[in-house]
Design a protein around this ligand. Sequence first.
Ligand code: ZN
Length: 270
Amino acid sequence: MPKIQSYNNKLIDIGLNLTHPSLIDRYESIINDAYDVGVNYFILTGSDYNSSVESYNLAKNNKLFFSTAGIHPHYADTYNNNDFRIIEELSSENKVVAVGECGLDFHRNLSSKINQINCLQAHLVLANEINKPLFLHQRDAHMELYENLIDFKVNKGVLHSFTEDKNIMRQYLDLNLYIGITGWLCDPQRGQELREAVKYLPIESLLVETDAPYLLPKDLAIKPKDRINLPQFLPHIVQRIAEIKKIEIEPLVSQIYRNTLNCFGLTDDA
Ligand SMILES: [Zn+2]
């Protein structure tokens, strides 16, 4: 595995799908490799019943881990009431720091639009009820998501794996939401609009995530042969952000660290 620069400050990967079949069997070595390059904490993404329960079980037993609980819009057609009851239960646990992954995905449309909207709204109600931030996913559904966030008076959470332009970004910033930046930024073609948006993103609103095993940064000097993204590539993403914003790494990392604590209601000795 390629060694990349490590920083003294703490980095937190806010989006790691550690229960994914491509990662879970070797998760201890994956976490060790990330820890070695300065990624110290991990928020494990729950995106359906199973991954929410499994992520919570990992978080419960490991002080480096936190988790989220939710139903991804891809599964809006197939989840049932009992699944959501478990999501509700998990969401009130201390180690579960956000409601989601939830949102709208009209790009792949793996579930019907109406079911996606109902599923999203159930999460918005839940987050408001228990006063926790949302972990939001959005593809090709900005206006619909934005209107729902306004209707439900959402003002806490993160637009995870944000990929769009600065005008759309500004609307989420106006709602007080954080913007989660992934290795999408490193894609020479697809990432162009996002790089432009990141120039204007106030560093007080910035969070970073790998979304591993998805979204392997395309510009890594040495890419893993299996093309599987890993949390150890988070410093690479931070490096790119620093270059784009023309700022020093150290203050950037400490600002991102403070943002992460603020967004998810964590304390320094968590
Ligand atoms: Zn997502």
